[in-house]
Ligand binder design. Structure first.
Ligand code: AP5
Length: 219
C-alpha cells in the first residue's frame, strides 16, 4: 500500500540519501523542497534570485513559496506514496501539508525523526557532493564515487557542491532548524506519527530502521 512519510532532521542528517534509496526500493516519489528551490534559482527569474540569496545564507525561504511548490507536486499524485524531504520546516507548513493531503483523500503515515549529533554534521556537509543529473548523493570520505568524477548511478560527470555547504552557512541552517523546525517533533509526537531513528548509524542500518517503520515492524 502507498505510504506518505516525512524525513525530519537537521542539515546533513541523511534525508536525501535515504529518500533516494526509498525511491529505488519502493517506487516512492521524493519531494525535496531544497531541490525544487535549487531548480527555481537556476532558472534566473527574479524569484530565483531572491531564493538564492536566502538559501546561500542558510535561512528559510518563505512558507508561501514552498507550500506553493509542494501543492503542485501533491496535485500530480504518486502511486507509491510521497517522501517529504526537507518539508515541512515550520508549523505553518505542517498544517498546510495536512490540509493538502486531506484534500486528496490521503494522510501522513509516519514522520521519521532522523537523530544525529551536531558534531558529525560539519564533516558530512563539507564533504558532500551530488550528481547534477540524477541527484545521487556522495561524500569525499564515506561514500565517494567508484570512478572519480563519474556518477555511479547514471554515469554523468556533472558532480556538484552546494553553495550553502560551508561551515558558516551550516551554523545558520542549524539554528533555523532548532528555532523553526524542531518544534515539529512535538507536533507530530502529539499526533502519534513520530518514529525516531538513529541516523548516526551507517547508511544501510538507517535504511533498515526506516524500512521497519514502513513495514510496521517497530514496537
Ligand atoms: P535542503 O536542500 O532541504 O537541505 P537540508 O535540510 O539542509 O538538508 P541537506 O540536503 O543538507 O542534508 P540531508 O539531510 O539531505 O543529508 P544528505 O543525505 O545529503 O535545504 C536547503 C535550503 O533550502 C534551506 O537552508 C532553505 O534555505 C531552503 N529550503 C528547503 N526547504 C525549505 C522549506 N520547506 N522551507 C523553507 N526553506 C526551505 O547527507 C549529507 C552527507 O552525509 C552526504 O555526503 C552523505 O553521503 C552523508 N551521509 C548520509 N547519511 C550518512 C550516514 N548514515 N553515515 C555517514 N554519512 C552519511
Amino acid at each position: 500500500m502507498a505510504k506518505n512519510i516525512i524525513l525530519l532532521g537537521p542539515p546533513g542528517a541523511g534525508k536525501g540519501t535515504q529518500a533516494k534509496r526509498l525511491e529505488d526500493d519502493r517506487g516512492m516519489v521524493q519531494l525535496s523542497t531544497g531541490d525544487m528551490l535549487r531548480e527555481a534559482r537556476s532558472s534566473g527569474s527574479e524569484m530565483g534570485r531572491r531564493v538564492a540569496e536566502i538559501m546561500d545564507k542558510g535561512q528559510l525561504v518563505t512558507d508561501e513559496i514552498v507550500i506553493g511548490l509542494i501543492a503542485e507536486k501533491i496535485e500530480a499524485g504518486s502511486e507509491g506514496g510521497f517522501i517529504f524531504d526537507g518539508f515541512p520546516r515550520t508549523l505553518k507548513q505542517a498544517d498546510a501539508l495536512g490540509a493538502l493531503l486531506a484534500s486528496k483523500g490521503t494522510t501522513l503515515d509516519a514522520v521519521i525523526e532522523m537523530r544525529v549529533d551536531d558534531a558529525v554534521l560539519v564533516k558530512r556537509i563539507t564533504g558532500r557532493y551530488t550528481c547534477g543529473q540524477c541527484g545521487a548523493v556522495y561524500h569525499d570520505e564515506t561514500r565517494p564515487t567508484k570512478v572519480a568524477g563519474t556518477c555511479d548511478a547514471c554515469g554523468s560527470h556533472d558532480l556538484r557542491r552546494r553553495a550553502d555547504d560551508t561551515e558558516e552557512a551550516l551554523t545558520t541552517r542549524l539554528m533555523e532548524y532548532y528555532k523553526k523546525t524542531s518544534p515539529l517533533i512535538g507536533y507530530y509526537y502529539a499526533k502519534g506519527d513520530l518514529y525516531p531513528v538513529d541516523a548516526l548509524a551507517e547508511m544501510d542500518s538507517v535504511a533498515r530502521a526506516i524500512a521497519a517503520v514502513l513495514d510496521g515492524e517497530t514496537a
